[in-house]
Write a protein that binds this ligand. Structure first.
Ligand SMILES: CC(C)(COP(=O)(O)OP(=O)(O)OC[C@H]1O[C@@H](n2cnc3c(N)ncnc32)[C@H](O)[C@@H]1OP(=O)(O)O)[C@@H](O)C(=O)NCCC(=O)NCCS
Length: 326
């Protein structure tokens, strides 16, 4: 009766220690899609902003792509598999619900007996996962978390559906989240639109992704900028302090509309805006970290830059936070 439960020691704060990404080899241009569906390069570039995207090979899976990205993120953090004690995979495109992807990623990377689970917050998955990883470390429940966003959307797209086949693509990215003395990952601003549960869906296991494109477009261009502004407020930073705006890469027009609202609300007109959708397409939970890593590799983003990330998608679900780029 008198025994008291002891809680673990825990760090005061968290940071992203490493980042990596994987894009499948096969590049699919708009012209290639136009050979089989009634569309064209000009329409896709104008309405969606995509020039080309990557499609997975049959042998690429959510787990294999996630592991490839995870390997790079662990090395980028200067750690090894032995240091990772929790693997979280954000995904909404597993071909079967069990086993989940995190144990497979752990197995492929030889991470021995970590905690392992998946989360599905669709295109908001990276921001939800980052918040979960950060909170678990700050609670002392994990030390070094491998967070992966990995999607094989082509498994769930009707190649003849010209509204969706042009948008979605495949890929993965990962970060290693670890403890820190001062905060480099801010609090999350998250939520969902309960009046929009049927706006993007897959009806059953025989079906493909369906979305009400114009409803999603209107919602994203009106509801999401305030979420990002709230994330900056919760982190105690001014919008003018933000170096990089890393939105979910849903549609270039959506990204530019949100960025415009952030600039009108005080962000610098010179803020670096992730526009990776142009050559990567919409990779759902992987899109934010893929964009960030590619911008870092291109020298457009530097280690230590203050990033404002916002993810949004099916649910409809949204999440946003401020963090420093590793
Ligand atoms: C899907 C989306 C690109 C469609 O663009 P849109 O401008 O809303 O297009 P509409 O569905 O109203 O169709 C407009 C016209 O273009 C045509 N069209 C649709 N897709 C086309 C394509 N790939 N190529 C050429 N024409 C196309 C339509 O048939 C329609 O023709 P009509 O006027 O002769 O009937 C757009 O709604 C969108 O990007 N929405 C957001 C989706 C998104 O980001 N989802 C991810 C959330 S995570």
């Amino acid at each position: 009766m008198s025994a008291s439960i002891t809680l673990p020691e825990h760090p005061a704060a968290t940071r992203i220690a490493g980042l990596g990404h994987f894009r499948p080899e096969r590049v699919v241009t708009n012209d290639e899609l136009a050979k089989t569906i009634d569309t064209n390069d000009e329409w896709i570039r104008t309405r969606v902003g995509i020039a080309e995207r990557h499609f997975a090979a049959e042998s690429d899976t959510v787990a294999s792509m996630g592991a490839a990205a995870g390997r790079l993120a662990i090395a980028d953090a200067g750690l090894t598999s032995a240091d990772i004690d929790l693997v979280i995979v954000a995904t909404c495109t597993l071909p079967t619900p069990i086993p989940h992807a995190a144990t497979k990623v752990a197995s492929l990377l030889d991470i021995q007996a970590p905690g392992a689970f998946d989360i599905n917050a669709a295109c908001a998955g990276f921001c939800y996962g980052l918040s979960t990883a950060s909170a678990l470390i700050r609670a002392g429940e994990a030390r070094n978390v491998l967070l992966v966003g990995s999607e094989k959307l082509t498994d769930w797209i009707d190649p003849a559906d010209r509204a969706n086949a042009i948008i979605f693509a495949d890929g993965a990215a990962a970060v290693v989240v670890t403890g820190a003395e001062t905060a480099e990952i801010g609090p999350v601003a998250w939520g969902c639109a309960i009046d929009h549960t049927e706006t993007i869906y897959i009806k059953d296991r025989e079906s493909f992704i369906y979305q009400e494109g114009q409803t999603v477009f209107r919602w994203a261009t009106s509801a999401i900028a305030p979420v990002a502004i709230e994330a900056a407020r919760r982190a105690g930073v001014e919008l003018s302090d933000i170096d990089v705006f890393a939105s979910h890469q849903a549609n270039l027009r959506i990204v530019e509309s949100i960025a415009k609202k952030l600039i009108a609300a005080g962000a610098s007109p010179d803020i670096t805006i992730a526009k990776d959708i142009v050559t990567t397409g919409n990779t759902s939970s992987a899109s934010i970290p893929i964009a960030l890593d590619r911008m870092r590799q291109a020298g457009e983003v530097r280690s230590g830059d203050l990033v404002l990330a916002v993810g949004f998608g099916a649910g409809l679900t949204f999440g946003s936070q401020v963090f420093r780029c590793p």
